[in-house]
Each structure stands twice: as structure tokens, then as C-alpha cells.
Design a protein around this ligand. Structure first.
Ligand code: ASP
Length: 319
């Protein structure tokens, strides 16, 4: 998975993911194409910024915003629906320069949660705002708000109906199902700064008010200059308990593991606790690892020494 191919180190790199889990067999070619297009566009927009000397923080935010707007991934419009039938959105962004971070959770109306997370980092003394208070802050900042219906797509409605139907037909309680499509981005810019961003609707049929790992700094999102940047996707509860993203960076920092070994071991450990999923991780030199234990993980990478590449969408062997 190491993508540092040339002898010279990459000046800049960007890796993204569009979530870990199986691709539903009923996904049409048009839907697969739309996912592929969204990932490609996220890489293109982020790369454009990095190639011209832009910051990794701006690039990961821009890449995630594209994926939130796509309508085909589990973030922003098209996010997974909770048990009560509406989307509750979580996001986080972290700046490796000073480990400054902003995060938001349980949003119902903010079109681009990643933009609000960025504003929490830039314009407050806090790290995390949730629910009504976060949305009040969004209104104060004048960022676009949408009615709940904006976020709901037919596909997510069908997924929730299936989950609710499964529950009705069973005497056991059915746990929330893992929804394909959480999005994330990590980058190293030409100045050597690292950043990470993650955005999600969480799990289909989750309890009203449930928050997963994505907006929890150190669980689903982490960046530290000179060490590594991580954005995760998968069964959030396990990623939170094992502080997955921070664990990868601690192994790189203290155990001197490569980012590939560190992230691979953490993914295996998560799996042994029932936490299927994946992550994208990147070290200070720009080496990328993208391990996963789920059936697949939508993902992509681009850099000053490698062409843009989207993987996992068609589930080809070896991708
Ligand atoms: N990790 C996300 C959560 O638990 C879900 C996902 O990545 O698919 O909220």
C-alpha cells in the first residue's frame, strides 16, 4: 500500500475514503459511476489546491465538502438515516501544525458539516459543538442550512426501511447497520504540514443522539505534524473504545513503526473487537496506507509523484 514510489519523496499527497463496507449488490451502474465521479472530483479539487502550494487543512476540507455534496455517500446530502428517519451529521477536522481541531456532532440542518467543524477550530476556543448549540453557531456564522428533507435520499430511506423491517420481523433487537459511505481525507502539503478531516451520517437506524468515532479527535480523526494523519471509517463504537486514529499515530511516534504496519495492526486489533472497517493514514514523508477489514473500502490517492487513482468502487480483485 506504500505509494511513495519514486526515489524522491513526494512534495505533497492527498488520500481520501468514501467509507468501508460491502457495496450493495443492487447499486446500479449509474450509482457506481456517481460514486466514482465524486471521489475523482474530491481528488482533483484537493490536488489543485496542494499543487499550487495550498495548505493541507484547506485541501482536506475541500475534498470532504465535495463528497458531502455528492448525494451518493454517507455524509451531508445522502447521509444514513437514524431510527427516527432523519440524518444526524458528524464531522471533524484537525490541523497537524498545532493539533488544533474542530468538531461537530448531531447536526440536522447544516449542509456542510466539515465547514462548521473548520469554523469551530478557527473561530471558537472550543473543540467540539453538538446539536442545537452547534446549529446556533452555524446560524451566527451564516453558513448554509437546509431542511431535513434535503439530506434524505430514496436509497437511504430504503436502507432504513429494510433495517426497521428486519427489526419488526425479529424478536432480537437489531443493531444499527453499517452504512457505506462515510467520507474522509488526509493530506501533506508542500510545506510538510499534515491534516485530516472526516464527515459522516453514522450508522443506519442508529439511536437519536448517537455519535460515532468520526468527530471524536483521536478516534476517527487525527493529525500531528512530523508523525501522521488518519481518517477512519467503520463500526464507530469500537474505533472510539480503541482510540483508533491516535493509536496509529502513537505507534508511528513511539514504536517507530511504519504507517503501513501501524495502521494494519490497529485494523486487525479493531477487527478482533468486532470493529470492521478501514482507515487512510499518512506519515510525515507522505507514505500512504489504506488498510481495511471490511469487504471493501472506497478510496483514492494522488500526489506530486503519482497520478490520481480511485479504488474499491467496482470491487475488482486486488483493489
Ligand atoms: N464510523 C462511522 C460511525 O460509526 C460510520 C462509518 O464509517 O461508516 O459513525
Amino acid at each position: 500500500m506504500n505509494s511513495d514510489k519514486g526515489h524522491s519523496r513526494p512534495l505533497w499527497v492527498l488520500a481520501i475514503h468514501g467509507g468501508a463496507s460491502a457495496i450493495p449488490p443492487d447499486l446500479s451502474d449509474a450509482e457506481l459511476q456517481a460514486i466514482d465521479d465524486a471521489l475523482q472530483l474530491a481528488l482533483d479539487i484537493g490536488a489543485k489546491m496542494l499543487v499550487s502550494g495550498g495548505s493541507s487543512l484547506d485541501a482536506v476540507q475541500a475534498a470532504v465538502r465535495v463528497m458531502e455534496n455528492s448525494g451518493v455517500l454517507n455524509a451531508g446530502r445522502g447521509a444514513a438515516l437514524n431510527h427516527d428517519g432523519f440524518a444526524e451529521l458528524d464531522a471533524a477536522i484537525m490541523d497537524g501544525r498545532d493539533r488544533g481541531a474542530g468538531s461537530v456532532a448531531a447536526l440536522r440542518h447544516v449542509a456542510n458539516p466539515i465547514d462548521l467543524a473548520r469554523l469551530v477550530r478557527d473561530r471558537t476556543d472550543h473543540v467540539m459543538l453538538v446539536g442545537e448549540g452547534a446549529e446556533k453557531f452555524a446560524q451566527e456564522q451564516g453558513i448554509p442550512m437546509m431542511p431535513e428533507s434535503y439530506f434524505i435520499t430514496d436509497r437511504r430511506r430504503r436502507e432504513l426501511d429494510r433495517a426497521l423491517g428486519a427489526k419488526a420481523g425479529s424478536t432480537d433487537s437489531v443493531s444499527p447497520s453499517h452504512s457505506r459511505g462515510t467520507v474522509g481525507a488526509i493530506a501533506r502539503d508542500t510545506h510538510g504540514n499534515l491534516a485530516a478531516a472526516t464527515s459522516t451520517g453514522g450508522l443506519t437506524n442508529k439511536h437519536f443522539g448517537r455519535v460515532g468515532d468520526s468527530p471524536i479527535i483521536g478516534a476517527g480523526t487525527y493529525a500531528e505534524n512530523g508523525v501522521c494523519a488518519v481518517s477512519a471509517t467503520g463500526m464507530g463504537e469500537v474505533f472510539m473504545r480503541l482510540t483508533a486514529a491516535a493509536e496509529v499515530c502513537a505507534r508511528v511516534k513511539y514504536n517507530k513503526q511504519t504507517v503501513a504496519v501501524a495502521s494494519g495492526e490497529v485494523i486487525r486489533e479493531l477487527k478482533s473487537h468486532g470493529g470492521l472497517g478501514g482507515m487512510i493514514a499518512l506519515d510525515a514523508a507522505g507514505n500512504i496506507a489504506m488498510p481495511y477489514s471490511s469487504a471493501t473500502m472506497l478510496r483514492g490517492q494522488v500526489g506530486s509523484t503519482m497520478k490520481a487513482q480511485v479504488l474499491g468502487v467496482k470491487m475488482k480483485e486486488g483493489q
